[in-house]
Design a protein around this ligand. Structure first.
Ligand code: ATP
Ligand code: ZN
Length: 304
């Protein structure tokens, strides 16, 4: 699709997300939880923003950095691995990358790992000298090898990297790993991590100069609210004033609690927003430390 086929107005924000793949559903769900809704075009490549002037373009994930760099899209949701791999190709005349990571989004976690055959006794990166390493991330692997001062043969492959050693195309691989099951099924083991990755919101390195700036700020405010609330719970309880220091020690991930005096000077009613998981074990520890009438409530929305 050429840029001219899209609405030209720059008072709308255009976000590129993966059309189909690991990141497409979570990306849409995250944007929907920020209050965005869309009308889908018949070709299902473009979704027109209805609740806010924020449209979606559905594309291959590898195209997202280029679409942002060329200004076709304003923002994108893409793996940090893809953004980093293409970073060196997307530089402006002054030599700076045209986009940056705006936010880490907490899904699509994986690592870019070097993996070698199970039969190797791994002794360190020097072992890769003179070896053939298959990868879909030649830029990241090449940069890492230079950093390590290791001269090896990078074999660029667009897919099925993990079977390259079995096919005799390579001695080792550098590929994305999440559970490690695919590696194990191919008699490979991970030995080094080059990059910890997850889905990120990517945007231009410089601010917008029109209405998109305000829209982007609104979206970021909502996104930050949603991301902060992911594991957050509102904790309600009562306690005697003197037990407070011990109780607060058990709540290192809580915002400063709101306190109300009840029943004379010594009993307090507290409410605290906690950002970590509120397990039964934690509640039992709080009870032992003096909390009474503990209640854990889900938090639906938050605007700081
Ligand atoms: P497209 O058709 O859009 O090019 P793709 O095959 O390149 O799709 P997916 O396999 O859906 O992409 O992966 C998208 C992103 O999901 C990756 O770039 C990476 O950031 C993330 N990801 C998380 N876990 C894994 C994994 N185990 N293997 C590959 N990617 C993973
Ligand atoms: Zn891809």
């Amino acid at each position: 699709m050429s840029p001219s086929a899209l609405p030209a107005a720059r008072d709308r924000l255009r976000i590129a997300i993966q059309k189909s793949g690991r990141l497409s559903e979570p990306a849409r769900a995250l944007l929907a939880s920020c209050g965005l809704s869309w009308r889908e075009s018949r070709d299902r490549l473009f979704c027109y923003g209805e609740s806010l002037p924020v449209d979606l373009l559905l594309v291959r994930d590898d195209d997202i950095p280029g679409l942002i760099a060329d200004g076709v899209c304003d923002l994108g949701i893409v793996g940090r691995n893809v953004l980093a791999e293409q970073g060196s190709q997307r530089i402006d005349d002054a030599g700076s990358v045209k986009y940056r990571e705006w936010r880490a989004l907490g899904f699509g976690a994986c690592r870019l790992d070097i993996a070698v055959p199970d039969s190797w006794e791994w002794s360190g990166s020097a072992q890769l000298r003179g070896k053939r390493i298959a990868t879909s991330y030649p830029a990241l692997l090449g940069a890492w090898l230079r950093e390590q001062d290791v001269v090896a043969d990078v074999v660029p492959l667009s897919g099925s990297v993990e079977i390259a050693p079995r096919l005799g195309q390579a001695d080792a691989i550098c590929d994305l790993v999440s559970s490690g099951a695919t590696l194990a099924a191919n008699q490979l083991k991970p030995v080094l991590t080059l990059l910890q990755s997850e889905a990120v919101l990517a945007g231009p390195a410089v601010p917008f100069v029109d209405a998109r700036e305000e829209l982007a700020a609104l979206l970021l405010r909502r996104l930050d609210g949603v991301l902060r609330l992911k594991d957050s719970k509102l904790l309600l309880f009562q306690a005697q004033r003197q037990t407070l220091p011990a109780l607060l020690k058990l709540l290192p991930d809580a915002e400063p609690p709101t306190m109300l005096q009840v029943d004379g000077a010594d009993t307090l009613a507290l409410q605290a927003l906690c950002h970590g998981a509120m397990t039964w074990q934690r509640l039992e520890d709080l009870k032992l430390a003096g909390a009474r009438g503990l209640m854990v409530l889900p938090v639906e929305r938050m605007l700081a």
